[in-house]
Design a protein around this ligand. Sequence first.
Ligand code: ARG
Length: 275
Amino acid sequence: MTTRTATPRRYLMCRPEHYTVSYEINPWMDVTRYTDRDLALQQWEVLYRTYLDWGHTVDLIDPVPGLPDMVYAANGATVVDGVVYSARFRYAERAPEGPAYQKWFADHGFVTHTAAEINEGEGDILMVGDVLLAGSGFRTDRASHRELADLTGREVVSLELVNGHYYHLDTALAVLDSDPAHPLIAYYPGGFSEESQRVLAERYPDAIIATDRDAEALGLNAVSDGRRVVVAPGATDLAVELRNRGFEPHAVDTSELLKGGGGAKCCTLEIREVR
Ligand code: ARG
């Protein structure tokens, strides 16, 4: 079995102090359902502590009242080689989050670029090895994929999302190993157009194929440090497969945050510093 190696990570997170579901912009959100902010805070805290226990660095951005989705830090920006590509949100409800995250990065010494095109950060842009996978179909515009390629000088592979429940790339695809020598992903084919399924099968012939059950538990919204993987407790098929491939799956329950349509990965923005 392959021996997996964890590498130290730097993440940015946002405590869900103002968490609620007050609008509906994805099929998971239901404003008539009760949301328990204290439970969301507790679950978030477990995720945060998990990263710290594993020796990772976690920075925190102050939550802003009136921006309940700010807890989904992954959407706030994309950071590649120390360069920050700001988010530009599809919906007005989340629009102020882009500048809020961009300001955090500017205040912390990063070079930031204000996006001209609509993109929802790492929700739709995932780095695997040397390339960037970029989703479109629900939130992020294809035009941003080009903007991202121009900014980073990296290859950007466009993927089309077709299932509204998996409206962001990080709800249908997880990066498990980002080492350019042996990149590995897991994905749910049902989230992608046939053409994109072909692209994924060709590029990642040894990928883990997630089951319906994994996808429905938002199991693809997982965070891997190369060896340990935070995964939703309901994604039991994925956990078995992760173990078969030499990873250590760690179930972290973020059920309360799922009411907003997000899981562990949504709450975790990776800061990739200069190579
Ligand atoms: N309520 C948020 C939205 O619909 C959830 C975002 C989840 N984040 C993610 N990275 N998929 O925009």
